[in-house]
Design a binder for this molecule. Sequence first.
Ligand SMILES: N[C@@H](CCC(=O)N[C@@H](CS)C(=O)NCC(=O)O)C(=O)O
Length: 260
Amino acid sequence: MALTLYHNDMSVCAQKVRLCLAEKQLAYEDRHLNLRAGDQKRPEYLALNPNGYVPTLVHDDFVLGESTVICEYIDDAFTAPPLKPADPKERARMRGFTKFIDAAIFPATATVSMSIAFHHQFTPEMYDTMEKARPGWLANFRQLQKGTENPAFPAAIRRLDKMIADMERALADHQGPWLVGETYTLADVAYAPYVTRLDHLKFFDGMVEKRFRVAAWYNRMRTRPSYKEALAKWFNPKYLPLMDEKGSEAWPRVCELLAA
Ligand SMILES: N[C@@H](CCC(=O)N[C@@H](CS)C(=O)NCC(=O)O)C(=O)O
């Protein structure tokens, strides 16, 4: 049995998959892609993942993209410990969480992270690679460079604040330690990278001021060995100070937008 993961250190989608692998204590060969150098758009990688995104998991000769699907596959193919609840209703609730991450939270997080911090990492040479790979990329990038004044920013940051509110309600309703109740599931796996991103951008503490259940959930999450192995170990020392500095600068404007 051979597992290979094509991934990136700070990618939220890759973080989810690494968390699953760590929970299952599975060894894998890692192929780290530099997303700022355009590794994900090279022909040899596009042959594996035609969308040019990370992550991609290769299990023997089976190639799989899409982080949520990969997480489900890992849980189905390597059963212990289970990361899905046995009860069908809890399992459906878990899938509600993971679907919402893909449909709403990933795009909002991409807008917020790029508008606040990551657009600073792109050079004009990278613009060409990205525009060639995805026509229209540059026009959107010009909006992202406007930071909190990007017209898409207010809705995105409110969406992430609502994510925290929804987590707080779920933790209260189901008396969790975890999002769907007693057991740690793929729902917790899915939310961990996104909450971590808000923390790295210095928005998390302000957002959880009155949401103590989410603050406690995050503390529990960070004490799991899997979190250290799959997330903390990979935190990129070049990204953290950028997110800290730019996020702290933006926080007063974020507060205004959330209060409006
Ligand atoms: N729906 C896909 C999204 C994958 C995705 O957008 N990955 C990002 C990193 S989180 C990426 O590869 N970005 C590189 C790019 O946009 O060129 C999944 O969940 O796997």
